[in-house]
Ligand binder design. Structure first.
Ligand code: TEU
Length: 536
């Protein structure tokens, strides 16, 4: 039987911002349970929950201090069990975000590790002596700015942190760490969880020789205030030893039924495709992976083609996970706004495009409403990199503002208290209860339903059409269905001629007359029986 995740639509919930049930202004598991029918009605197959584990919330839960418990902010283990049960009742799978590369500095493992150089956990994190002049052991940078090393006066040594200093990096070269981490994963699988989203999956190992990174070969892709992109980050991440660990994880998950693991590969450019390939090739590593390739500003047909082809070359039988938005990047309707006739136009077209992609696809809460990036002022920010580098870095709060359920309710029905991030009028105007027939939400439901009913889209092969910018086109072919999918990535109208007789099927924003297809700005079409298309 075909595994559930192969052509799934996964809905990412950012629990802090989904639904508050207690009035403390932060979303929680009881709130999620209440709103699960929204996701089931949308037609999604499963949910990915951003971190819900015990955490000081320095990086909004991506700093875990107890891997085996739920943060009281979000609820309890009993709430978690209830959530799984309700999701399963509704036919939804549940995967959680496992942040395994680093812990919080408040995790008991780290507290013990930092206490001395010879305690039982002394080597559970990456500790190293200062260089003779007192400087850090390597030139590695943290993603969130500054060196990746923090000096600890008690041990008289530096420890590695690829993100905040409050997120010390675990030492995966220590087999005890590997066992402890596998044990935490087993804990959740035993509770009936359906899989994991693996945070920073290529950061687990570091170079044991502590070699400094060489300068970047290509122009830095990252923000100006961040020196991270100035280096070729080859020694602090994507180490070869990681493959062995992924195999151990897979051995564990294979002991359960129907588990899926999707890895977040923190790489850009051609390296992203190669690593996604390596990590998902065959059947003994991850089930799928995503990179930031489609989560950036690039919105050309060539770019999408390169992402997809690059992955396929790296992993002939690997499996990708594609999404356009998540909790780390500006919402795509805003991010790609320069190419949009309107926000609604780009929301519909990108939805139609995503639903036609081969592999698993992910949507991020609020995307189904066409939510735009929220404009926040400095005083409203909470994201550490933004607080540190504003206005050079605006941070990730703008895509993390609360879900909007009811336009007339206080804070969009998200909370009865003071929300941790504000709900602003442009978002409120797109509340779920305003989205009836003809809305973006209705469109997402239709497009997801069309994908599910179309074997060509779920399991068909894919072949790109040779179309010029700004047109992206491909055919998807299953044994009893063939669809030609075309998307106009610009604001300008485009026309194409068809060789044979075709028919518009599913959702479209196009005009088909005789053998001529007109795609208005941000237009799109799925055609049946179209053998060839020519641009006129
Ligand atoms: O993100 C990882 C991350 O920020 C990098 O992979 C980076 O964005 C990428 O390489 C850019 O090319 C994850 C979480 O999604 C994020 O919310 C956390 O803050 C971070 O890990 C630390 O746990």
């Amino acid at each position: 039987m075909r595994e559930w995740w192969r052509d799934a639509v996964v809905y990412q919930i950012y629990p802090r911002s989904f639904q508050d049930s207690t009035g403390d202004g932060v979303g929680d598991l009881r709130g999620i349970i209440k709103r699960l029918p929204h996701i089931a009605e949308l037609g999604a197959d499963g949910v990915w929950l951003s971190p819900i584990f015990t955490s000081p919330q320095k990086d909004m839960g991506y700093d875990v201090s107890d891997y085996k418990d739920i943060d009281p902010l979000f609820g309890s283990l009993a709430d978690f069990d209830a959530l799984i049960a309700r999701a399963h009742e509704l036919g939804l799978k549940v995967i959680t975000d496992q942040v395994l590369s680093h812990t919080s500095d408040q995790h008991p493992w780290f507290r013990e590790s930092r206490a001395s150089r010879d305690n039982p956990k002394a080597d559970w994190y990456v500790w190293a002596d200062p260089l003779p002049d007192g400087s850090p052991p390597t030139n590695w940078h943290s993603h969130f700015g500054g060196p990746a090393w923090e000096f600890d006066p008690q041990r008289g040594q530096y420890y590695l942190h690829n993100f905040l200093a409050a997120q010390p990096d675990l030492n995966y070269h220590n087999p005890q760490v590997v066992d402890a981490i596998l044990d935490t994963c087993k804990f959740w699988l035993d509770r009936g969880l359906d899989g994991f989203r693996l945070d920073t999956v290529n950061y687990f190992f570091h170079d044991q020789l502590l070699r400094s990174n060489p300068p970047a070969q290509a122009a830095p892709q990252v923000m100006a205030t961040d020196l991270y992109g100035m280096q070729d980050n080859i020694y602090n991440k994507t180490r070869p030893e990681n493959l062995g660990f992924l195999e151990k994880l897979r051995t564990l998950t294979d002991q359960y039924d129907d588990i899926m693991m999707v890895g977040e590969v923190g790489e850009g450019g051609s390296r992203a495709a190669r690593v996604m390939g390596e990590y998902t090739q065959g059947t003994d590593r991850l089930h799928m992976a995503y990179s930031f390739a489609m989560l950036g500003p690039d919105f050309s047909a060539e770019h999408f083609r390169n992402c997809i082809d690059g992955f396929r070359q790296g992993a002939p039988d690997g499996h990708p996970y594609w999404s356009f938005s998540n909790h780390d990047v500006p919402r795509h309707v805003t991010r790609w706004g320069d190419h949009a006739v309107s926000e609604d136009h780009v929301a519909r077209m990108t939805c139609a495009m995503l639903m036609a992609f081969e592999g698993t696809v992910g949507i991020y809460q609020g995307e189904e409403l066409g939510l735009t990036e929220s404009e926040l002022v400095y005083e409203e920010l909470t994201d550490p990199p933004a607080l540190r580098y504003w206005p050079g870095i605006k941070g990730r709060d703008g895509c993390r503002t609360p879900m909007v359920w009811e336009a007339d309710a206080m804070h969009g029905g998200f909370t009865e208290g003071a929300p941790w991030l504000p709900v602003k009028p442009p978002q409120l105007a797109r509340a779920v209860d305003t989205q009836g027939a003809g809305s973006i939400l209705a469109f997402y439901r239709d497009a997801i339903a069309f994908r599910k009913d179309s074997p060509a889209l779920t399991e068909g092969t894919k072949r790109f059409l040779d179309l010029p910018e700004p047109l992206l086109g491909f055919t998807r072919r299953a044994s009893d269905q063939q669809l030609t999918c075309v998307f106009n990535l610009s604001k300008d109208e485009k026309q194409l001629d068809l060789d044979g007789v075709a028919e518009l099927v599913g959702p479209y924003h196009a005009l088909l007359q005789d053998q001529r297809l007109t795609l208005p700005g941000n237009g799109f079409a799925y055609l049946s029986h179209a053998d060839a298309l020519h641009v006129t």
